[in-house]
Design a protein around this ligand. Structure first.
Ligand code: SF4
Length: 297
């Protein structure tokens, strides 16, 4: 991506990091005593869910299952029930499966190698690198949507980032990280925090931004986005996700298996509800009993 007015990379990162150290939110998975498991659980929860909704659920999970071994010994259904209304409950099933893998293959310790983390259920490139950086203080680029947006604006001079290009995104982020792993870890937190609180998708709060004076987008006169419109999240109302959520909520509320009719009653779209139930079974979030009823696994 061409840079109309590239900031001096270290000065830029240093300014964002200084702001972060002064303004950061007090989040338990960022604390010095956070365990690799605590960081991993937080990354699963934060994949699709906002921090304020994750916080109470993270505490609840860490009280119930403070180590991978504790979660591995629980049933998958227990994990899915405890996920509650956090959304995208496949994450709970994956986290449970990952805990079992960690116990079977890594002696109950979250691994600290990229290839080992990528082999765990539900862990993609972003989550693996985030765990290496935030839990093990290794130096890697951690690129989420917030980081991509900050770099696109502050360094690229564009209102919006283009479509993800993992290799280029990693290279561009790595280029502005300090060499020292601990400073790079703070810089990664800082870039994410700036994108979450100041340089947001909804608006860029440039007036209160700590790097406004070195921002390429501001220097270029804050040009409007000229590319394709960023994809908006699909409507929840009336969606398959909503239909799945309705069924999951009934399964979570019952300690017993539930008849199909009871699960699908009141469904505004019967066909959609049946499709949603079949997809939950296919995803391993619900199982059909011998009696033809349904329950959590
Ligand atoms: S000055 Fe504005 S556009 Fe630039 S990084 Fe800060 S908030 Fe984002």
């Amino acid at each position: 991506m061409a840079s109309p007015n590239p900031p001096a990379d270290t000065a830029f990162t240093a300014a964002v990091s200084a702001w972060y150290l002064d303004q950061r939110r007090d989040l338990p998975w960022r604390a010095d005593d956070a365990t690799p498991w605590g960081v991993l659980v937080s990354e699963f929860m934060l994949q699709q869910t906002q921090v304020d909704r994750v916080l109470p659920k993270w505490h609840e999970w860490m009280r119930a299952w403070p180590t991978p071994t504790d979660l591995a010994q629980a049933g998958a259904g227990e994990a899915i029930r405890a996920w509650g209304r956090l959304g995208y409950p496949r994450r709970a099933a994956w986290l449970h499966a990952a805990a079992q893998q960690i116990c079977a293959e890594h002696d109950g310790q979250v691994p600290n190698r990229l290839s080992d983390l990528l082999a765990l259920k539900g862990i993609g490139d972003y989550t693996a690198r985030a765990v290496l950086v935030f839990a093990f203080h290794q130096r890697h680029p951690v690129v989420d949507t917030n980081v991509r947006r900050v770099i696109a604006r502050a360094i690229g001079g564009h209102a919006e980032p283009g479509s993800p290009k993992p290799a280029a995104d990693h290279a561009q982020t790595e280029a502005i990280l300090p060499n020292d792993p601990e400073s790079a870890r703070i810089a990664s937190y800082a870039l994410m925090e700036l994108g979450a609180l100041i340089c947001t998708a909804r608006s860029a709060k440039c007036d209160v931004c700590p790097v406004q004076h070195m921002c390429a987008w501001v220097a270029a006169g804050s040009p409007a986005h000229s590319g394709p419109k960023p994809r908006r999240q699909a409507r929840f109302e009336g969606s398959d996700r909503q239909a799945r959520g309705r069924i999951m909520s009934r399964l979570r509320a019952s300690e017993q298996s539930v008849a199909q009719e009871a699960l699908l009653q009141d469904a505004p779209d019967r066909q959609q509800a049946e499709r949603a139930l079949a997809s939950l079974v296919a995803d391993g979030l619900a199982v059909r009993t011998r009696d033809g009823e349904y329950q959590l696994p």
